[in-house]
Design a protein around this ligand. Structure first.
Ligand SMILES: [Fe+2]
Ligand SMILES: [Fe+2]
Length: 287
């Protein structure tokens, strides 16, 4: 059994540009064509790969939701656990398959009658990891209280696993930071922010060992507005009229996420760093 578990968390995957850059990145680190992470953590990795990959997939199918086909495609690409957010319901087929999609997690603080589940346990290197997803409430649609819910559920979660990774899907940075401290006091291993699609530079380990970043960023088209087509975003903002959003073209793409290293014995994180990778697929198309 390893003493540490190396986790890669990828921010919101947006449409096909997001899916292809994630596959490209995971293939390249697996084949040692590019380096995974830095050498800034003294305990060397067992290879050039994370032990476990989590990705937020609320926008993975054409920018809105996740089809079963894309869920299976992303498992094949190497993702072990899927978190989501407010957009997870945008593809209607999600209601058909979510209860059978073991690796897919929807925000925990929906009413109990909502399909799917808010957390899942995964086994890796002899350790168990609990991945949990929660929605924030500031500048978001009304939803059940994510604070009291986590407080109430923690004793049960801690019995199942010492390693608890939480995706806090929220808009307001102050709410995210506050939730980070709250979760650190409860003994979580990591709180990773998602939903804004813009990576923040505030990654840190909080005092009780919770790795934190306000937003992991996104994976998708680099020349776009948080992964979506520039013209339709401009038109909507200039005119205030409703405009159908499309995913930005697959040319220049970017992948954003974080690498977290958790001590298996304590469940505390000891290292966090941002991961960024760029790939220009228009060069490939010209060949
Ligand atoms: Fe998103
Ligand atoms: Fe979202």
């Amino acid at each position: 059994m390893n003493d540490y578990i190396d986790i890669l968390f990828l921010g919101d995957i947006v449409g096909k540009p997001g899916r292809i850059i994630v596959k490209d990145y995971l293939d390249k680190i697996k084949n040692n064509e590019i380096k995974y992470g830095s050498d800034n953590f003294e305990h060397a990795k067992s290879g050039n790969m994370p032990d476990f990959v989590i990705a937020n997939v609320e926008n993975a199918s054409h920018g809105f939701g996740l089809t079963e086909k894309n869920y299976n495609e992303l498992i094949q690409a190497g993702i072990d656990a899927f978190t989501s957010g407010n957009h997870i319901w945008d593809r209607k087929d999600v209601f058909e398959y979510i209860d059978n999609a073991r690796k897919l997690i929807r925000p925990f603080n929906y009413p109990k009658s909502v399909p799917g589940k808010g957390y899942e346990l995964f086994k890796i290197n002899g350790a168990s990891i609990c991945v949990i997803n929660v929605l924030g409430r500031v500048f978001m649609n009304p939803i059940e209280n994510p604070w009291t819910l986590l407080e109430e559920e923690m004793p049960k979660l801690k019995q199942k696993s010492d390693i608890i990774i939480l995706d806090f899907h929220a808009e307001a940075t102050a709410e995210k930071i506050s939730y980070g401290y709250f979760a650190d006091n409860l003994g979580l291993s990591a709180v990773i922010g998602t939903h804004t699609h813009v990576q923040t530079a505030d990654e840190k380990i909080l005092k009780n060992g919770c790795a934190y970043i306000s937003d992991a960023g996104f994976c998708g088209a680099a020349e776009g507005v948080i992964g979506m087509d520039i013209d339709s975003s401009l038109k909507r903002l200039k005119t205030s009229l409703p405009e159908r959003f499309d995913v930005a073209p697959i040319e220049k793409t970017e992948l954003n996420g974080v690498r977290i290293v958790v001590n298996i014995d304590t469940g505390k994180s000891e290292f966090i760093e941002r991961i960024k990778y760029f790939k220009d697929f228009s060069e490939d198309n010209k060949r």
